[in-house]
Design a binder for this molecule. Structure first.
Ligand code: C2E
Ligand code: CA
Ligand code: CA
Length: 429
């Protein structure tokens, strides 16, 4: 099928004739397959293929490319209206229920469309673009079709390029770990550091993790990256401990996908042993999704790591699904109040009330607390007033590379020892 499509693209490059690529995916097919069995699933797929064949013209191409995914090529229909019509016809093929030995079933289909040559003249790109359009349909409930929006092309192309480059970039040592201090505003001491990944791309410069972490999570390379961060963090911590520069806690972000291989415990244990660092000096930051019902299998791994001595923090607290009362039952030592609450803490009574509730509950359950994303002095002061003294944010320092962080820390400690009535001490004690 791919060779045929490649050929079609080549032919059309010489004398471009328009074609549309329809990426079709059955909605909720997995549920049918899982509940009624593969035999019924296969039977259904055959009926779907038969309905397609009965409707499509001889020169239209159709191929099944995955479990319940089909690609259809409609050649020569230059007008968008005609493609609209073809898509509506395909949707209507699913109006009548499908017969199986267990009775009649109604299923629906979603379609993403990309167009040659205006979206791309490369078949792989055309498929990816149609897939992006398909995802949009799925997000809004399925059973419809959508055209790829050419405006998104630059973003997606960049994403595809980055996806291909991540593994190579790991080998080329293009990733770096940066460090952001965590400060106790009562004592004005740096007690912790969060490790944050950066991609030093040879052509694009420094790429922020918000752009590449989701890609690394999607293609699985986050497992290698996560391991790299853990090793780098521990190596750096050892150096700072040996030179008496920093002896506090190093916090490392752990993606839910790092639980996939079941080797997280071994990785942490081995890295700590190799760098001769006590487990108590490491904190693993996980998001609430790690504790969702589907993922409850992750809790035992976190419990084992805590038994080893490592701390577990819940990141971006308040933005996910966990309710306040769940705090009691989660295997965690620390709660990180998300930046979005800190942003509005002075203006929004509701946000201040949520923060207050998180503070009271954490204290009741004996869980530590830190607020992140603090950008102003007045936010820091308000948090102190509410009873939250552990702070992280640009107000104190942005994340810095190891060399700059060391300079910042030395300076911070010097200023701190010199000024007895430092701002935070005065305001927060
Ligand atoms: P996060 O874990 O919530 O990390 C905090 C983010 O907020 C960091 O962005 C940090 O630079 C930023 N930040 C801290 N203080 C302030 C502030 O006062 N104002 C503003 N505007 N931002 C502040 P960064 O480094 O861009 O990281 C973004 C996200 O990428 C992280 O959010 C985390 O989810 C992910 N990430 C970063 N490094 C890693 C990693 O090593 N592994 C994994 N799995 N995810 C990582
Ligand atoms: Ca974090
Ligand atoms: Ca966070």
């Amino acid at each position: 099928m791919f060779e045929q499509l490649d050929h079609l693209c080549d032919l059309n490059k010489e004398s471009p004739t328009y074609f549309a690529l329809l990426f079709c995916d059955l909605d909720r097919f997995k549920i049918i397959n899982d509940s009624l069995g593969h035999e019924v699933g296969d039977e259904l797929l055959k009926s779907v293929a038969n309905r397609f064949s009965a409707k499509l013209r001889d020169n239209d191409l159709i191929a099944r490319i995955g479990g319940d995914e089909f690609i259809i090529i409609i050649e020569g229909e230059k007008s968008l209206k005609n493609i609209d019509k073809v898509c509506s016809q395909i949707l209507s093929l699913f109006e009548a229920p499908f017969q199986t030995k267990y009775g009649d079933f109604k299923i629906s289909i979603s379609i993403g469309v990309s167009q040659f040559p205006q979206d791309s003249t490369n078949i792989k790109e055309l498929i990816s673009f149609a897939d992006v359009a398909l995802l949009k349909v799925k997000e809004t409930g399925g059973n419809y079709y959508s055209f790829f929006d050419t405006k998104e092309k630059t973003n997606i192309k960049r994403r595809l390029e980055l996806e291909n480059e991540i593994y190579k970039a790991i080998d080329n040592k293009e990733f770096e770990v940066w460090y952001q201090p965590q400060i106790n505003a009562k004592t004005n001491k740096v007690y912790g550091i969060e490790c944050l990944l950066r991609w030093n791309h040879p052509e694009q410069g420094l790429i922020a993790p918000d752009l590449f972490i989701p890609i690394a999570e999607a293609n699985g390379s986050i497992k290698e990256l996560g391991h790299f961060v853990l090793k780098s963090a521990c190596k750096q911590l050892r150096e700072w401990r040996v030179n008496n520069i920093f002896t506090g806690i190093m916090a490392v972000n752990i993606s839910p996908r790092q639980f996939d291989r079941n080797d997280l415990y071994a990785q942490v244990h081995e890295t700590l042993t190799a760098e001769m660092i006590p487990a108590e000096a490491i904190e693993l930051e996980v998001t609430e999704s790690v504790f969702s019902d589907d993922n409850n299998i992750h809790s035992p791994i976190l419990r084992a790591l805590r038994k080893l001595g490592a701390k577990v923090a819940i990141d971006d607290f308040g933005t996910g699904y966990s309710s306040l009362q769940r705090l009691k039952s989660l295997p965690i030592d620390n709660v990180k109040i998300d930046k979005c609450f800190v942003d509005n803490i002075e203006k929004s009574l509701e946000d201040a009330a949520i923060v207050k509730a998180i503070i009271i509950l954490s204290k009741t359950f004996g869980i530590d607390l830190i607020a992140e994303g603090i950008e102003t002095k007045s936010q820091a002061e308000k948090l102190c007033k509410l009873g939250c003294f552990n702070h992280q944010g640009y107000f104190y320092s942005k994340p810095l590379n190891a060399v700059k962080f060391e300079q910042w820390l030395t300076e911070f400690n010097r200023n701190n020892s010199q000024s007895e009535n430092s701002l935070n001490q005065a305001k927060c004690s």
